[in-house]
Write a protein that binds this ligand. Sequence first.
Ligand code: C2E
Ligand code: CA
Ligand code: CA
Ligand code: CA
Length: 279
Amino acid sequence: AKEGGRNRLQFFDTHMQAAVDERTNLENDLRLGLQTDQLVLHYQPQVDAAGRLTGVEALVRWQHPTLGLISPAQFIPLAEECGLILPLGQWVLHTACQQLRVWARQPHTAHLTIAVNVSALQFAQESFVHDVLAVVHETGAMAQRLKLELTESLLVKDVEGMIAKMKELKANGVGFSLDDFGTGYSSLRYLKRLPLDQIKIDQSFVADAMTDAKDEAIVATTVALGKSLHMMVIAEGVETQAQRDFLDSHGCHHFQGYFFGRPGPVAELARFWRDETQA
Ligand code: C2E
Ligand code: CA
Ligand code: CA
Ligand code: CA
C-alpha cells in the first residue's frame, strides 16, 4: 500500500509538472504570437430591430502555428494572469480603431461602431485614459464610434477612480457598454452613477428566457431598467428568430448572436451593405 501511495504521488507530480510546463509554453507562445502577428480580430454583427447593421463587437482569436485557431476563453485568462493582456489589449484597440478609420471613408460604413472588450487589469492602469485616447489619435478613428465593454467585476474596487476614468473618456466621445449584465457583482447604486450608454443582457438569460419565467422576468426588468436610466439595451447570444421576436416584444430592439452572424473576418460583414443597397 505504501508503494502504491508513492507511485500515485509520483503520478500526480508528473501530471502537475506537465500542466505547469504547458502553461509556460503557452505563455511564451503567446508572447511570441503577439510580436509576430498571430492574433486576429473577428467581428460579430450587432443589428437593430429592422435587421440593419449598427456595429460590431471585436473578438480576438489566436492563430497558433501548430495548435490552430485558439479561442479567447483559452488564452485571455492566461494573458490576464501573466500581464500580457496589456500589450494584447493595446493591439486589439489599435486594430479596431484602424478598422474604424477605414470604415469612416465609406458612406455606407461610416456610421458603424466597434465594441472592444476591456479587462480589469487594463482599465486599472493609471495610463488607461491616455492610452485609449492616444490610439484614437494615432489611428484617426472617431471616438464616437468606439465603445468599450466593461464587466461588473471591474467595478468592485476603487469605484470613484473608475467613474472618473469613464467620465474623462466619455467627455472625449468614447462610449461604454456594461457586458454580461446581471451575472456579476451588481449594485444598482453604482449602476446609476456609471456613465454607461448601453447594457448588454447576458446570453445565459437570453438562452432560457422563453422557457424559464424567472429569466423572462430578468430580461423584462433589465429592459425597463435600461430605459429608465436612458441606456440602450442590447441582447447577446440571440440564436433563433423566436428569441429575437420574444426580446423585441419585451422592448429590446438591439441584438447580437449567431442568428444574425457569427464572429468572422471583416469581409464577411459585406453582405449587410450589399443587402442594404439592394433594398
Ligand atoms: P464576451 O465578451 O461575453 O463575448 C461574447 C461571446 O459569446 C463570444 O465568445 C461570442 O463568440 C459568443 N457568442 C456570440 N453570439 C453567440 C450566440 O448566439 N450563441 C453562443 N453560444 N455564443 C455566442 P468568444 O469570441 O469565444 O469570446 C469569449 C470571451 O473572451 C468574451 O466574452 C470576452 O470576455 C473574451 N474576449 C474576447 N475578445 C477579447 C478581447 O479582445 N479582450 C478581452 N479582454 N477579452 C476578450
Ligand atoms: Ca463582450
Ligand atoms: Ca458578454
Ligand atoms: Ca461572457
